[in-house]
Design a binder for this molecule. Structure first.
Ligand code: GCU
Length: 613
């Protein structure tokens, strides 16, 4: 008994308090709550000159252009009079939501600006309860109105946000209008400079969610490094203090606690010996039920630990090698709309898990959909997650840093229960400067405050120099001191003038006491294009590039993972060679329609051998 008490007391101290970048509402487990999926046909209206938001000289928009008004334009026009309108959301064209407008019609293929969307729906809000709209992602800014009233805004194209609509929601018919502005600028994250497509719009599901007056807003469960199962539950509402919370972890164990004056309860129990830890080989998920104040939230949660020890990455205390690939959020097909359904995500992750014998995926360069992350939990793939602090942002602007920290918080609070997520990356290929390193350092500190159970990394640039006549590839980035796992993007043999024959002989100079991931390497190949003589853009060249790069990688003693660039060809307006690219980045191991290239087999064989070791 004494041992149990000692373990229990030790555990109680283990749970950390997250720094308060917590969004106003989280609605963890929203998918399991009573509500209404608002996916489907929405009408839309282009507004390139933003007349629905503001008028010339920045005045308030003319009412005849305010798309969000709660009016029946046709009926008002039928009445006659002096009023007239320069929009009508009811008679506008329709678009399937979720999905980016760039794939919806040719006229919107490269549209980059403001589009208004509207969906009418009938609601039956619960008596005495509360109602919320939860958007899983809108790219890039959202202006949300319900029945003509502004209910909130959000900036950031890849993270969820929750708006309370208890006051604005009607029993019966409702009119939801969302102004989506896809434009990016020098202060957005990312800026307007990327290597992926625009994909503006309501790109992930929208849900109307009802809760009791006092409800569970957040519920987290994790396996601590010290062997405790710990977590927290946060209530919101009128009666949050002194509430008993119970947590049932399948049939494995239960925990209980009482909320404090702010409605927050933490708990920690020694992990039973019967605990089945989550791993790629055994992706065990427990059905967890959090209950408090008459409310219940359910989630499927895997329990595992991740750590670094010297140059090893330890999963559940055992060294692991990350056999992975990088992935953009873009479904297979010739005209992707960034509509990541479960079927679309399963097709992509299946190629990694079963095609490549992988156990890991780098979800680049922004937080991917919950659908994808939950599938990684279910299928058993470790995940690298990042926000799009990519190439460059306005490093010296405090407002931009605040946005980045908030975007990290929105991602971390969303994914804290996802066993697959093991790495939070704080940047991709950003040029070294004092301001940039300070910016990333603040992001790394933010991750550790919000989520001390996962590892911090970043995809760094390598530096090439000559030492004693030797061509050396080195990591000389002051940011390394803030990272648990080092990662570098290297393209020798594609960009630059290295021959493939030279790659295996390249010397690497890396810190000996840190794990290293090659977070990117890759070469373009047009599927089906073959030509003797190893020409770039052929499948043969890409396959030979992989063989040479893997031979080079094998010689790096601290190498603990690979996520080559990239699983499939993806849309990028930067890539316009009229024969080989036509707006597609062709570094995929599969074409955009899912045709495997020769290099796919090279990596699959390499990972199969790795897995058997
Ligand atoms: C960079 C970048 C990728 C880009 C790739 C490429 O490493 O991180 O986003 O697509 O190179 O050049 O194809």
């Amino acid at each position: 008994m004494k041992r149990f008490v000692a373990a229990f007391l030790f555990c109680v101290a283990a749970i950390a308090t997250a720094q308060d970048l917590r969004p106003a509402f989280l609605l963890t487990g929203a998918a399991s709550r009573e509500g209404q999926d608002l996916s489907g046909q929405w009408t839309y209206s282009k507004d390139l000159y933003r007349t629905g938001l503001n008028d010339i000289n920045g005045w308030v928009a003319k009412s005849r252009m305010q798309r969000y008004r709660d009016i029946d334009v046709a009926a008002l026009e039928a009445r006659g009079g002096t009023d007239f309108f320069e929009f009508d959301m009811d008679r506008s064209a329709q678009m399937t939501i979720p999905g980016a407008w760039n794939a919806a019609t040719p006229e919107l293929r490269y549209y980059d600006g403001l589009v208004w969307f509207q969906r009418k729906f009938t609601a039956r809000p619960p008596q005495g309860g509360r109602s919320f709209l939860r958007f899983e992602a809108v790219n890039y800014r959202a202006h949300v109105y319900l029945n003509g009233k502004e209910v909130g805004k959000h900036e950031g194209g890849f993270t969820p946000f929750v708006l309370e609509v208890t006051e604005a929601l009607r029993t019966g018919d409702n009119r939801l209008t969302v102004g989506v502005d896809s434009t990016h600028d020098a202060q957005s994250i990312p800026t307007f400079i990327t290597d992926w497509d625009l994909y503006g719009g309501i790109t992930r599901p929208v849900r109307l969610v009802h809760t009791p007056a006092t409800f569970i807003d957040d519920a987290m469960l994790t396996l601590q490094p010290d062997g405790c199962i710990a977590g927290e539950v946060v209530l919101q509402g009128a009666a949050v203090a002194g509430q008993k919370i119970t947590v049932a972890i399948g049939t494995l164990a239960t925990a209980a606690a009482t909320t404090d004056a702010k409605g927050r309860a933490t708990f920690a129990i020694p992990a039973p010996a019967t605990l089945e830890r989550w791993s790629p080989e055994h992706p065990k998920l427990y059905d967890v039920r959090f209950s408090a104040a008459g409310d219940t939230v359910r989630d499927r949660i895997g329990l595992r630990t991740i750590a670094v020890k010297g140059s090893q990455i330890l999963l559940n205390g055992q060294p692991v090698f990350l056999r992975g690939i990088s992935l953009h959020e873009e479904e297979f097909g010739a005209n992707p709309a960034r509509n990541m359904t479960e079927q679309a995500a399963r097709a992509l992750l299946g190629e990694i898990k079963h095609g490549l014998h992988g156990n890991y995926v780098r979800l680049s360069h922004y937080p991917h959909s919950e659908t994808t992350i939950r599938l990684a939990d279910e299928m058993g793939l470790l995940v690298w997650s990042e926000i799009p602090v990519y190439w460059t942002v306005d490093w010296e602007n405090p407002e931009v840093l605040r946005k980045a920290l908030a975007m990290q918080a929105e991602t971390i609070y969303r994914d804290r229960n996802r066993a697959s997520v093991v790495l939070w990356s704080v940047g991709n290929e950003t040029p070294v400067s004092a301001a940039r390193t300070a910016f990333h350092g603040a992001m790394a500190d933010n991750v550790r405050a919000l989520d001390p159970t996962r590892l911090v990394t970043a995809a760094l640039l390598v530096e090439r120099h000559k030492t004693d006549g030797e061509d050396v590839t080195a990591i000389r980035d002051p940011l390394v001191d803030k990272l648990d796992v080092l990662a570098v993007n290297t393209y020798a043999g594609w960009y630059g003038n290295d021959t493939l024959a030279a790659l295996p002989g390249l010397q690497w100079q890396v810190p000996a006491d840190r794990p290293l991931i090659l977070s990117e390497f890759g070469a373009d190949a047009l599927a089906g294009y073959r030509h003797d003589g190893m020409k770039k853009f052929t499948e043969e060249y890409q396959a030979a590039y992989y063989r040479s790069t893997l031979a080079m990688a094998e010689k790096i003693p601290t190498l603990r993972g690979l996520s080559p660039w990239i699983l499939k060809d993806f849309r990028s307006p930067r890539r316009e060679h009229p024969v080989f690219q036509n707006g597609w980045n062709r570094k995929g191991l599969l074409s955009e329609t899912g045709v495997r290239k020769e290099a796919f087999g090279v990596l699959a064989d390499y990972y199969r051998r790795k897995a058997d070791r």
